[in-house]
Design a protein around this ligand. Structure first.
Ligand SMILES: Nc1ncnc2c1ncn2[C@@H]1O[C@H](COP(=O)(O)OP(=O)(O)OP(=O)(O)O)[C@@H](O)[C@H]1O
Length: 316
């Protein structure tokens, strides 16, 4: 009988060869093994050695053994994922991991002669719901509610999440059916992480109250992603109309919603994000800016938005 995993892989299209981001946990072990069974000559693996946990060596040697057994080319990339002051440890580890996976794809090309075009991550349907709930708990806007995309391009690579429709439990059952072990991450039990509390306390309650919640929540995220795409297109049009400069007069002519949308778009270009309160204050000051002498100086992200003649400027 075909499993959800079989169906997900049957629908998945990628430019080969593909490197699986292999942590040694259940999800990426299942993705690697299932891909290798389907496309034995098209699959490689990258493991990122974080050095964050004492267990990191154990994860790396598990990945090494698994890949050796199946003759799958593996690259292990070491990273220093220590976080900067003010940055969350998980955020630092995630950023370091994406850089390391890109470097790993290059190493597979150079050292193993595998011409990797795509990287696949093993996040599944439960991870998607957790991401959406975390976004809701932060009061996120549409970008956060869109949750994780199944496909994007970055650094000349295609990035995929082919398992977003597959429940986590189905992956573990599939591995058990194959007699394949995996490594259980000891931090998954740690209730100080919000994600773990969601997994252990909220997900079972959701399953009881709304049996199809994975599917319907994913549909809501897809609607949010589509609406966000529209907002992005509107921002691009407004930005062109402003002649690609945040002119105060031009901004004043937009509705409050369009103004907020194009301001976020402009700040994104500076790699910055305004909090809701900062954006509201900025808009209040733009509205009040009716005389030559009106100064603007507002903290936004790691810098300030200031008035420079007829325009806004973002400075550090
Ligand atoms: N150390 C790592 N090396 C390579 N890829 C990783 C590593 N850690 C995570 N990934 C990839 O990122 C995905 C999401 O990571 P996350 O930490 O959310 O999940 P995980 O609990 O490690 O998943 P898994 O059950 O696959 O271990 C993983 O499914 C995997 O594809």
């Amino acid at each position: 009988m075909k499993t959800c995993l079989d169906h997900a892989l049957a629908r998945w299209q990628f430019n080969g060869p593909v490197a699986i981001a292999l942590s040694g946990g259940a999800d990426s072990t299942a993705l690697l093994l299932a891909c290798w069974q389907r496309w034995p000559a098209q699959v490689a693996a990258i493991h990122v050695h974080h050095g964050l946990q004492d267990a990191a060596d154990g994860f790396a040697s598990f990945c090494q053994q698994l890949c050796q057994q199946c003759c799958i080319p593996l690259h292990i990339e070491r990273v220093d994922a220590r976080h900067q002051p003010g940055q969350s440890p998980e955020d630092a580890a995630r950023k370091a991991r994406y850089g390391a996976l890109t470097a790993g794809a290059q190493a597979l090309r150079q050292v193993h002669a595998v011409d990797v075009r795509s990287i696949a991550l093993a996040q599944h349907a439960d991870d998607q719901v957790e991401t959406l709930l975390l976004a809701l708990s932060r009061g996120a806007g549409l970008p956060g509610l869109s949750a994780m995309p199944a496909f994007w391009q970055r650094n000349h690579l295609d990035w995929h999440r082919p398992l977003l429709d597959v429940p986590g439990q189905a992956l573990r059952q599939w591995l058990q059916g194959q007699g394949q072990a995996w490594i259980e991450d000891p931090t998954n039990e740690d209730q100080t992480f919000t994600r773990n509390r969601i997994r252990q306390q909220i997900m079972p309650a959701l399953a009881e109250a709304f049996p199809t919640f994975r599917h319907t929540f994913a549909r809501s995220s897809a609607h949010a992603a589509q609406a966000q795409q529209l907002l992005h297109e509107v921002a691009q049009e407004d930005w062109l109309r402003l002649e690609q400069k945040p002119s105060i007069r031009g901004l004043q002519q937009l509705s409050i919603a369009r103004q907020a949308n194009v301001l976020r778009f402009w700040l994104m270009q500076q790699q910055e994000r305004a909090s809701t309160v900062q954006l509201q204050e900025l808009q209040r000051q733009i509205a009040a800016c009716t005389t030559r002498g009106h100064a603007i100086h507002i903290k936004v992200g790691r810098g300030f938005v200031i008035r420079e003649k007829d325009h806004l400027l973002w400075v550090k």
